[in-house]
Design a protein around this ligand. Structure first.
Ligand code: AMP
Length: 218
């Protein structure tokens, strides 16, 4: 099974690209953010424990993240590949993943490092909203609905904004990324994991072409 990490700051477009990688390349996405949000929505113990910390843009305790990751990975032995989105987010989490995979005789094949300018990150996060019905992701600056307030895909008029996509929280999330997450790249490079730079400032399809190319060169 292939193990690929999609890496980048909040707002770099990892979620959008993950959806394309799943749909077109047959990977299974493991987004710890999505798994935690599902836990919050269902009222699970982990969801309840993480909710307040996530709303502030900080990281819940890694022990909870490991439980979510292990549960997910133990159920996916027949997938063609797993795409890690939002994990590992700290050097300790990267160590955990390497060791977890080693026990299964597996390793991280590569890291797709999606790079986006700081100003664009802020606009991408503050402009983001999602259709409640079909999950289509929009952005009021870059990708508004064709008809104002109506989903292009399913015509629903109901949208939601992530509770951590606020001006104050973004500052914390970007700081957490700089301090805790960015060092993961050097850590993985030191462990001989290949890191591929992806220019995330390009159009969505062009970004995907770079990713497809990186994954077919493996
Ligand atoms: P994301 O959907 O990846 O932007 O994650 C949203 C929020 O979930 C983050 O700001 C963190 O509070 C939390 N989170 C997601 N993944 C992790 C992780 N691997 N480690 C710690 N916190 C995480």
């Amino acid at each position: 099974m292939r193990h690929v990490v999609i890496f980048g700051a909040p707002g770099s477009g990892k979620g959008t690209q993950s959806a394309k990688i799943v749909e077109q390349l047959g990977f299974l996405a493991m987004s710890t953010g999505d798994l935690l949000r599902a836990g919050i929505a269902s009222g699970s113990e982990i969801g309840r424990a993480c909710e307040a910390v996530m709303a502030q843009g900080k990281f819940p305790d890694s022990s909870m993240i490991y439980q979510v990751v292990e549960n997910f990975l133990l159920q996916t032995s027949d997938a063609k590949g797993v795409l890690y989105d939002g994990f590992p987010r700290t050097v300790d989490q990267a160590k955990f993943l390497i060791e977890f995979l080693e026990k299964q005789d597996a390793q991280i094949e590569c890291v797709l490092n999606v790079q986006v300018d700081h100003d664009a990150l802020v606009k991408r996060i503050t402009g983001r909203f999602t259709c409640v019905k079909c999950g289509e992701i929009y952005n009021r600056y870059y990708k508004p609905c064709k008809s104002d307030g109506v989903c292009d895909i399913c015509q629903s008029e109901e949208f939601k904004v992530r509770s951590d996509d606020t001006e104050e929280t973004i500052k914390t999330r970007l700081q957490m990324y700089q301090n805790e997450t960015a060092p993961v790249l050097d850590f993985l490079r030191d462990r001989n994991v290949k890191v591929v730079s992806i220019d995330g400032m390009q159009q969505m399809d062009v970004v995907f072409d770079q990713i497809e190319n990186a994954l077919s060169n493996e």
